[in-house]
Design a protein. Sequence first.
Length: 218
Amino acid sequence: MQLVAVGYYREQRVTILVGHQNAISESSDKFVENVFGVFARALSDKMDNAVQASVSLSNSACYSIVQIGSEPNASIETLRKMLSLEHSSVVRLVTGLEKKGLVQRIRGTAHDRREVCVVLTDAGETCFTDILNARSKVLKKAVGRLDAEEKVTMLGLIGKMMPAIVQGGDDQHYVCRLCDLEVCPQEKCPVNLAHPEFYELPHEPFKRKTSCKAGTVN
C-alpha cells in the first residue's frame, strides 16, 4: 500500500493519509515520533555547527563560553554541573580558553577566599556574543516559518513535553547550556517550569555587555 503523509502544525493536528479511514494508529504515532526526532536532531546539529564555525572553537568550548558569560564569577564546580562534565575536563577546557585569552581565573570571593572563579575577558565577551548570534540565525530561520498563532501553539506543546525530557536540578542547566538568557524571561522559561521546585528567580534579568562587537577568535 502506498503511504502518503501530509503534516501541518495548525490547531495541534497532524493528518496522515494511509489510503483508508483508519489514520490514527500505532504506526502513525511512530511516524510522528520519528519525524519529531529527526527535526530535533537536525536543529541541534545546525546550531552546533553554526556556533562552532562562528568562533572556530569546539562545541564544548562554545558551551563553556556561554555558561561562563551567563553565570558571572562561576566556580569550576558550578561549570562542571552546568556542562555535565568531569572536574578534570572542565579544568582542561578553562585552561585552553585561558591560553586563547578568552577567560581568566579569579581567586577568592566574598564567600570563600580559596575558591577560584572564571570570568570572560573582553575577547571572551565578543566570542560569547558571536556564539549566541550564530545560534539565533539558525533558530530565526526555522521559527520564522510560523505565524503568530502557530508560535503560541508551539510554545504550549513544548511546555507540555518538557517535563518528560528534562530532569530537575543540574540537567535543567545542562539543556540550557547554549541558551540566550537575555531573551528568555526566567519566570516563563519552560525548562524552569518543568520542575518549579528547583527554580529560583534571579535578582535581575540577565543582560549582555553592550560594548562587545562581533568578531572571530583565531
